[in-house]
Every structure is written in structure tokens, then in C-alpha cells.
Design a protein around this ligand. Structure first.
Ligand code: NDP
Length: 313
């Protein structure tokens, strides 16, 4: 029997995970990482978020590690993480659909300037912000056109936005203009009403959303960050907001997380903050995805969301 050990969500979640796997994948032998006397040498797969890497290293026959997050930068930066074991990111239909819905919600909010309504409501102010602009009159750009970015772009395109994307490699998507590489960045940014960040956090992308990049957007553009907080130089974003270069921002990820209570982003009138909730699939959906990945790997097939540690995502 193939054995899966779970550390995600800590010891309190172990019983819940076991019940879910019992219903979606009864063929798997599911154990808790925290079980006393667990034989680490006889584990085939591990489902983790922030595991103790010294325990992972003792799982001598591990065939695969599956992360409950789509961002795996924290694992690759852990010096004890066993990079030789295949690492697969979280995916599945619900993960992609949740992200696409979140970005649609944020983009529509920016389009109608719903932040102004929220601020006015706090002060009991009844005032029309007089914005008559539909999604078909707005251009959204998605930085990071990978698994999630591709879904987001298609969703926005389907609703009526004009959509462009930016990625490392040149690869087209029907109806979406895709730019690739650093040389194409100014052309990509220069026409946008809304910029969406869905890049992974790597040594190339950390800190890249800075004064210069924000300055390359048309004045007053909106910004949605659903990638990672450390992509953004926060002081540069605050300055761009104060100067009107960025019209408003919706931030699901910040640096640090959680944001300290006295951080200026909390109180900025042009900023909407959500607590890293854009896309977290239900445990049932995650378990179905994990089951499918394990079945693929047992058949010696390559899972679609296998990470490349050298590339960093
Ligand atoms: P993918 O690896 O599938 O996609 C990453 C994309 O970024 C690819 O298109 C890749 O280009 C592009 N890219 C990477 N580096 C560069 C670079 N230097 N220059 C240009 N393009 C680059 O990742 P996912 O779509 O699955 O996830 C993206 C990120 O979303 C995650 O890493 C995570 O940080 C974040 N996330 C946030 C969540 C939330 O709730 N807020 C939930 C889930 C994920 P190419 O296609 O050419 O390789």
C-alpha cells in the first residue's frame, strides 16, 4: 500500500485529513507526521506546508513531496530541504477557479473604484463617484502567465476585459496578447489600466515591483498583488499611491505577513487588504488533487506542476 504522511495544518488537523482521504482515496495508507513511533523510513509521499526538513531528510524512500501551497519559495530556501526529491505544487480546478474569481472581484472593484464607496460608508457619506467604465473598456495585464495566471487571464477575457500577459517564455494564449522577457516589459506595462502580479517568488522576481516598474504604468493604473508580498518594494508602492501614479491597490499578499497593526498600508485610503486568502482550495479538493498526483507518479508520469529547483518555481 502506498503511504502518504501529512504534516500540513499541524497535529490538530490530522484526524480531519485522514477522514477526507479515507473517502476520496481509500487505497492510500494515510498517516499523521505527528504519530508517535511513525516509521519515517517507510513513507512514499509527504503532504506539507512548512515541514521540519530534518524529518523529511530521514524519509529515505520518499518518492515525492506535495506542497499544500502553489508558492514553494519557502521550501526551496530551507537549507535542509531535500532538493533531490520531486516537489509538486498545489493545483487542481478549485485552486485555479478561486484565484480567477478573486482577481475578477478585485479588477471590477478597481474599475468602479469601490474603495471610495468603502471609505465613504465608514463616514456615512452618500456621494456618487461617477465612474462609467465597463470591463470591455479596460485592459488588464497579468505578470506571470503560468498555471494560475493563464486561468486568470482566460477568466478576465471571457468576462470582456482586454487582457495581456507577461512571462519568461514565448507562448501564446488565444485572444490574449502575451509578452515575454525583460525587454518586452515596458511595452506590456505601458498600456495597462490594471496590473495583476502572479509571479512566483524567485531571486529574479523579488523586489521587481519598484518605483521604476510602477512608473512605467499609465498614470492612475490599478494594482492587484496575489503573487507574493516580497515582489513589491512597499515604500515605492506607497509613494506611487500618494503621487497618484498608482490609482488604487488590492493586496492579498504583503511583506511581512501578517502586516503589523501600525503598518501604513492598513490605513491607506487607496488600498484594500485581504489576509492571503485569494486561493485556498478546500481540503476535499486538495485531497483529490494529491490523490491524482500520487497516481500519476506511481505510473511514472510527470505531474504538470512539478517544480524545477534550479529555476526556483
Ligand atoms: P507557475 O510556476 O505556473 O507560473 C509562474 C509564471 O511566472 C510563469 O508564467 C513563468 O514564466 C513566470 N515567470 C517566472 N519567473 C519569471 C521571470 N523572471 N520573468 C518573467 N516571467 C517569469 O505558478 P502558478 O501560476 O501556479 O503560481 C504563481 C504564484 O502565485 C505562486 O508562486 C504563488 O506565489 C502565488 N499564489 C498566491 C496565492 C494566494 O492565495 N495569494 C495562492 C496560490 C499561488 P514561464 O511560463 O515562461 O515559465
Amino acid at each position: 500500500m502506498v503511504r502518504l504522511v501529512i504534516s500540513s495544518d499541524g497535529p490538530a488537523a490530522a484526524g480531519g485529513w485522514r477522514e477526507i482521504f479515507h473517502s476520496v482515496a481509500p487505497e492510500l495508507d494515510v498517516c499523521s507526521w505527528y504519530e508517535p513511533g511513525l516509521d519515517l523510513a517507510h513513507v512514499d509521499y509527504a503532504l506539507v506546508w512548512h515541514p521540519a526538513s530534518e524529518d523529511l531528510a530521514r524519509m529515505a524512500h520518499l518518492k515525492g513531496i506535495i506542497c499544500t501551497g502553489a508558492g514553494i519559495n519557502h521550501l526551496l530556501h530551507d537549507p535542509g530541504f531535500p532538493l533531490h526529491v520531486p516537489l509538486v505544487r498545489m493545483g487542481g480546478e478549485q485552486t485555479a477557479a478561486l484565484m480567477a474569481d478573486y482577481v475578477l472581484w478585485a479588477a471590477l472593484g478597481l474599475l468602479r473604484d469601490s474603495r471610495t464607496w468603502a471609505v465613504q460608508q465608514q463616514r456615512a457619506v452618500w456621494k456618487n463617484n461617477r465612474i462609467s467604465r465597463t470591463c470591455s473598456e479596460a485592459r488588464v495585464g497579468v505578470m506571470g502567465m503560468g498555471h494560475l495566471g493563464g486561468h486568470v487571464a482566460r477568466h478576465l477575457h471571457h468576462v470582456g476585459f482586454t487582457v495581456a500577459g507577461w512571462r519568461r517564455s514565448a507562448r501564446d494564449l488565444p485572444g490574449i496578447q502575451v509578452f515575454s522577457g525583460n525587454d518586452a516589459l515596458p511595452d506590456f506595462l505601458g498600456e495597462l489600466d490594471i496590473l495583476v502580479n502572479l509571479l512566483p517568488s524567485t531571486h529574479e522576481t523579488r523586489g521587481m515591483i519598484n518605483h521604476a516598474l510602477l512608473g512605467a504604468l499609465p498614470r492612475g493604473a490599478g494594482f492587484i498583488n496575489v503573487g507574493r508580498g516580497n515582489h513589491v518594494i512597499t515604500d515605492d508602492l506607497l509613494r506611487a499611491l500618494d503621487e497618484g501614479q498608482v490609482g488604487a491597490a488590492v493586496l492579498d499578499v504583503t511583506d511581512p505577513e501578517p502586516l503589523p497593526a501600525d503598518h501604513p498600508l492598513w490605513r491607506h485610503e487607496r488600498v484594500t487588504i485581504t489576509p492571503h486568502v485569494a486561493s485556498e482550495a478546500s481540503r476535499e479538493a486538495q485531497a483529490r488533487y494529491v490523490r491524482d498526483v500520487i497516481h500519476q507518479m506511481e505510473r511514472h508520469e510527470r505531474p504538470a506542476l512539478l517544480c524545477d529547483p534550479a529555476r526556483g518555481y
